[in-house]
Design a protein around this ligand. Structure first.
Ligand SMILES: Cc1cc2nc3c(=O)[nH]c(=O)nc-3n(C[C@H](O)[C@H](O)[C@H](O)COP(=O)(O)OP(=O)(O)OC[C@H]3O[C@@H](n4cnc5c(N)ncnc54)[C@H](O)[C@@H]3O)c2cc1C
Length: 427
């Protein structure tokens, strides 16, 4: 069994972008080589800026190469809650940004010819209890009436045509959500950023940032310093101690995935005949999809623990039990991959992007980063180009996690996890 992300293992081998000398200066320095950073680098370079991206590991080594590869519609909080919190007009603007983000991913794959299996397979939000089906029916009405978004309610009996399991009690189908091969997308976006003129430096961490009196920054890195007119922090859940401001505002939660052996087309079609993306409608849920080579990928929070090799294995065991409860026909299937990664959650469960004293940032996508990181990367390139209105998240603040002395180490997560699991049992 491999303990690396399936998506990185099965993507074409990429050039080694480490060991190059840094230029003395650039218009824009981007810190972090996930989808946010790559998208900012790509879009800023296309606008004519000189761009240098530094990534402490390899492109996609953070959450961007480790996720469920689901590029789904919909905001990070329930749509009704978004209306209450932000008012109808602002909630609609936010909702539309999440929808446009999926379109942007598709446009990039076409414009830059990124061969990454992007398919509008549709997402099924699944009721794990009869009562949850009522929530999904209410959500369908809310989306149609207040957000102009058409989804389809599927009853338990309708689900027989969608899933080879009797586990669920109905679903809400969003036909426009997409699946892709995120390893190929990340690699393709890096190539496109380089073609647009951006320089990518792997295995080179930013270690410090000094603001210059007349404007601009000196960025210290493991392999030299570089002056920059503008700097973008694109480090999300992987923000290290050189980014204390962000660490005080994000709760980083481990999420884990197992991938079976190739099952063959016929067996895969028995499990998910229409290739939908499955997401359990729960606080502590699971997400399931087929891979392009007919394996089943099964992910979830499993344990409220950080990701590391030992933790990933423990979580993998839990996920395998859950997977076979839902799909008993997979009891004998070999597990070929297990891995984990960290998901950045903001306290108010909405992503945040903006500028603090000349330092730009976008992060806290709360599990919706495949599309939103790509979208917000572009928005930040626009903001750097003097268009603050391009930021759909403007004015939302970025609240600190209200736990005394919190500095990014979420010691309280197991308690929060127990609370949400209990909530799932009761509600
Ligand atoms: C297991 C899992 C499943 C998920 N499933 C989905 C899904 O199906 N759909 C979805 O939309 N979202 C999903 N997400 C969330 C999504 O992957 C993230 O929101 C998104 O990838 C964040 O992208 P990013 O570029 O902002 O951050 P990242 O991809 O995490 O990139 C940050 C990068 O910054 C680098 N870095 C950190 N510090 C420094 C430094 N000092 N100098 C240089 N580089 C630095 C890190 O090495 C890292 O590569 C999932 C996440 C996980 C972990």
């Amino acid at each position: 069994m491999k303990q690396i992300p399936y998506w990185l293992d099965t993507a074409p081998r990429r050039p080694d972008r480490s060991g190059k000398p840094l230029p003395e200066s650039a218009d824009v320095v981007v810190i972090g080589g996930g989808l946010t950073g790559l998208s900012t680098a790509y879009h800023a370079a296309r606008k004519g800026a000189s761009v240098v991206l530094v990534e402490k590991d390899q492109i996609g080594a953070g959450a961007s190469g480790r996720n469920g590869s689901m590029c789904t519609q919909g905001i990070t909080i329930p749509p009704g809650e978004a209306r209450k919190r932000y008012g109808q007009e602002r909630a609609l603007e936010l909702y539309n940004a999440f929808r446009d983000a999926v379109d942007l991913v598709e446009d990039l794959t076409l414009r830059e010819q990124i061969d990454c299996d992007f398919t509008r397979a549709g997402r099924l939000g699944l009721a794990c209890k009869p009562k949850h089906f009522e929530h999904l029916q209410a959500k369908q009405r809310e989306l149609a009436e207040n957000f102009g978004h058409e989804t389809v309610v599927l009853s338990k009996s309708d689900l027989r045509a969608e899933i080879g399991s009797d586990y669920y009690h109905g679903a809400l189908l969003d036909p426009l959500s997409a699946g892709l091969h995120v390893g190929k997308f990340v690699g393709g976006l890096a190539d496109a950023a380089e073609r647009a003129g951006a320089e990518i430096h792997e295995r080179n961490a930013a270690t410090g940032l000094t603001r210059l009196p007349g404007g601009g920054f000196v960025v210290e890195t493991m392999h030299g310093t570089i002056r920059a007119k503008q700097v973008m922090a694109a480090t999300d859940a992987y923000s290290d101690k050189s980014m204390p401001w962000f660490r005080k505002r994000l709760i980083n939660v481990g999420s884990f995935i197992i991938v079976t052996e190739p099952l063959g087309e016929a067996r895969a079609k028995e499990l998910i005949p229409n290739g939908r993306l499955l997401v359990a409608h729960k606080n502590v849920g699971h997400y399931v999809r087929l891979t392009p080579d007919n394996r089943l990928a099964f992910g979830g929070r499993a344990r409220f623990a950080p990701s590391n090799p030992a933790s990933d294995l423990k979580s993998g065991d839990i996920l395998k039990r859950e997977m076979t409860e839902i799909f008993p026909q997979l009891a004998g299937a070999r597990i070929d991959y297990v891995w984990g990664g960290m998901v950045g959650f903001s306290w108010d469960r909405i992503p945040h992007a903006g500028e603090i004293d000349g330092l730009y940032y976008s992060m806290g996508y709360c599990g919706h980063g495949v599309q939103m990181a790509t979208y917000m990367g572009r928005a930040v390139a626009e903001m750097m180009d003097g268009k603050p209105e391009a930021n759909p998240l403007r004015g939302l603040g970025f609240p600190k996690v209200p736990v005394p002395f919190y500095n990014g180490t979420a010691w309280f997560l197991p308690f929060g996890g127990a609370y949400y699991k209990a909530k799932d049992r009761w509600s």
